[in-house]
Design a binder for this molecule. Structure first.
Ligand SMILES: Cc1ncc(C[n+]2csc(CCOP(=O)(O)OP(=O)(O)O)c2C)c(N)n1
Length: 646
């Protein structure tokens, strides 16, 4: 307990958090007052008595991580950040949910210091914290003198209903992530009403069965929460503390009801609640001097420790935290000869990178061989071996992607996760969140089209590429050969401000490009026409080589044909207009795009006069060459389409 923590001050602090939350939601005329009012004691116990943080250095590498998984309760987090002295002012609180404010409706990690990740989509925070805890274990194993912290979260009924939290809890229990301490705000209310409408799990029993340490307490009682956190820290298992709380605590007519969950209490009800809690009605956003003083003291609690730890930090760790990476692998890339699936070239590249870059870690959702994601000789990360670099996420794609985000957000590591492209659907929420959070997560998707063959249409992605391309700030790379795959990895590693999806073939593709330079621009002329082009074939991935064959046919008929490869639309789109026009001269309007997937969107590159060849229907189960023939993805059919344009 920090010095000067009188019982009255604690109570006053809890009520200040409640008052600020009510006022901010009321002023914004939208938001969620219920959770902050009910979970104020949980938040206080954590921040004042356990969480190691320093508002003067929000990025302190060895800080404890705290995630408000139930992001709709953002005013709880903002109140705590403001009161403890982060660069978040009372005006920011007053501007809750307003244009340009640091206090958006749901927390966003790049908007305010002290916010570790964006939360709001329930379950994401829970699962991302698991990745942060894995990162801590890995880094502590490598730098035992420098790293050692806890990962905390407050999660809600909604978080624990979401499937992804089930996956992530199972993984965390298996891996025995003992430095994970989650406080469950068990207020038994969601939007529709009481949780018994839809939820009758024995949550404690469920988590015990996952291998977690579970304890229970009155979540309205700071001392009890404090003691349970202390108990959790003393246990080698991940911990869930079931904190029984009252949503909207203090509101005479709306507490313990869904009415306090997600809308302003109303001016009169706020007044009644303030009277009930003993908060002065005026001024609004009232912060008693002793509360501010006490909470600033709380905020300075770890300053000495922070400065000392930053002063002695290991040089190698410092470099890693700065994102410095050994790029010598580019010089030592294997020489790629002969046809090879891009998943296979990716596997070789991963291992080339991994040799010089210990921060590269990753794994697959039970498809390690298929995805070629193993770091050979890298050992398996497990409850016994924290030095392992290969993570077996199990058949848990959603939790894997969240964990990959957590690993990358933590700092000090670059993490990837692999599965089949078709199952990117199971990962879409964290992929989107990675893009929003500006996390450098790397997603390795193999078996990228009908080219996977016999497994059939349940496994053959159609709309996935376009669906991924529609996510802002996600670079989607579908390389045509090994060199482009190397370019894709280089781009992925250099993208610290956004995620990359690598979309790779199962089937072999011939070597086509001369080096990685073209791929590094996202799009380039792969085969020039014999004279000024009258036609362009534009493709990605495995369809580029088919276009090269079609070009031979067309050229032999006297049609000068250029082949353009655009492995990464986003990157190509960012190139200067001049460069793009040099690759796709505006005067050449006869353009055919070829991609084994949905054609929606190709008009961006082929214009109004072009023809898009792709698949706007499901695939089929057969050897892949037959499927390509049946669906018209052959040099002959491409040449036919091209002839009709010139
Ligand atoms: C994935 C997802 N689905 C739905 C929602 C919309 N939503 C926001 S809060 C909420 C209910 C939350 O109940 P609970 O988690 O118990 O929070 P509390 O009522 O305690 O504030 C829902 C369904 C969401 N944010 N995320």
């Amino acid at each position: 307990m920090p010095t000067g923590e009188a019982v009255e001050t604690v109570q006053l602090t809890l009520n200040t958090i409640r008052g600020l939350s009510m006022d901010a939601v009321q002023a914004a005329n939208s938001g969620h007052p219920g959770l902050p009012m009910g979970a104020a004691a949980m938040g206080y116990a954590l921040f004042a008595r356990h969480l190691r943080f320093d508002p003067e250095a929000p990025d302190w590498f060895n800080r404890d991580r705290f995630i408000l998984s139930a992001g709709h309760g953002s005013m709880l987090l903002y109140s705590l950040l403001f009161l403890t002295g982060y660069d978040l002012s009372l005006d920011d609180i007053k501007n809750f949910r307003q244009w340009g404010s640091k206090t958006p409706g749901h927390p966003e990690n790049f908007m305010a210091p002290g916010v570790e990740m964006a939360t709001g989509p329930l379950g994401q925070g829970f699962a991302t914290g698991v990745g942060m805890a894995i990162a801590e274990e890995m880094l502590r194993a490598a730098f035992p003198d420098d790293v050692g912290h806890w990962t905390y979260a407050i999660c809600s009924d909604g978080d624990l209903m979401e499937g992804v939290s089930h996956e992530a809890a199972s993984l965390a229990g298996h891996l025995q992530l003992g430095r994970l301490v989650y406080l469950y705000d068990s207020n038994r209310v969601t939007i529709d009403g009481k949780t018994d409408l839809a939820y009758s799990d024995d949550v404690a029993g469920r988590f015990a069965a996952y291998g977690w340490h579970v304890s229970k307490c009155d979540g309205m009682d700071v001392d009890q929460v404090d003691q349970r956190i202390a108990g959790a820290k003393g246990d080698a298992r991940p911990s869930l503390i079931v904190c029984t709380t009252t949503i909207g605590y203090g509101s005479p007519n709306k507490a313990d009801s869904e009415q306090s969950h997600g809308s302003p209490l109303g001016v009169e009800e706020v007044k009644s609640a303030k009277i009930a809690l003993g908060i002065p009605l005026e001024p609004l956003f009232f912060v008693p001097g002793e509360v501010r003083e006490h909470m600033l003291e709380v905020g300075s609690r770890c300053r000495k420790e922070r400065i000392a730890s930053e002063n002695k930090i290991d040089e190698a760790l410092k470099k890693r935290l700065a994102g410095e990476m050994d790029h010598s692998w580019e010089r030592h890339l294997p020489v790629f000869e002969g046809a090879m699936a891009t998943r296979a070239s990716s596997g070789k590249i991963i291992n080339a990178i991994a040799k010089g870059a210990p921060q590269l870690v990753g794994g697959s959702a039970d498809l390690t061989d298929s995805n070629q994601t193993e770091i050979i000789g890298g050992d398996t990360f497990s409850a016994r071996s924290r030095m392992g670099r290969n993570i077996h996420f199990g058949v848990r794609e959603h939790a894997m992607a969240c964990a990959v985000n957590g690993l990358n957000l933590h700092g000090g590591l670059r993490a990837f996760g692999g599965t089949f492209l078709i199952f990117s659907d199971y990962m879409r929420p964290p992929i989107r969140l990675a893009a929003l959070m500006r996390s450098g997560s790397i997603f390795v998707f193999t078996h990228d089209s009908i080219g996977l063959g016999e497994d059939g249409p349940t496994h053959q992605p159609i709309e996935h590429l376009m669906g991924l391309r529609a996510i802002p700030n996600l670079a989607v790379f579908r390389p045509a050969d090994a060199n482009e795959t190397a370019a894709a990895w280089k781009i992925a590693l250099e993208r610290n401000e956004g995620p990359t999806a690598l979309v790779l073939t199962r089937q072999p593709v011939p070597p086509l490009s001369l080096g990685i330079e073209g791929g590094l621009r996202g799009g380039y002329v792969l085969r020039e026409s014999s004279t000024d082009p009258s036609l362009m074939l534009i493709a990605t991935g495995s369809e580029v080589s088919i276009c090269v064959e079609a070009r031979e046919m067309l050229e032999s008929e006297g049609i000068p044909t250029r082949v353009v490869s655009i492995p990464c639309w986003e990157l190509f789109g960012e190139q200067p207009q001049e460069y793009r026009d040099s690759v796709l001269p505006p005067s050449v309007t006869a353009r055919v795009s070829v991609e084994a997937g949905a054609t929606l969107g190709w008009d961006r590159w082929i214009g109004s006069y072009g023809k898009a060849i792709g698949l706007d229907h499901f695939g089929a189960s057969a050897p892949y060459k037959r499927i390509y023939e049946e669906f018209g993805l052959t040099p002959e059919k491409i040449a036919d389409a091209a002839r009709s344009l010139v």
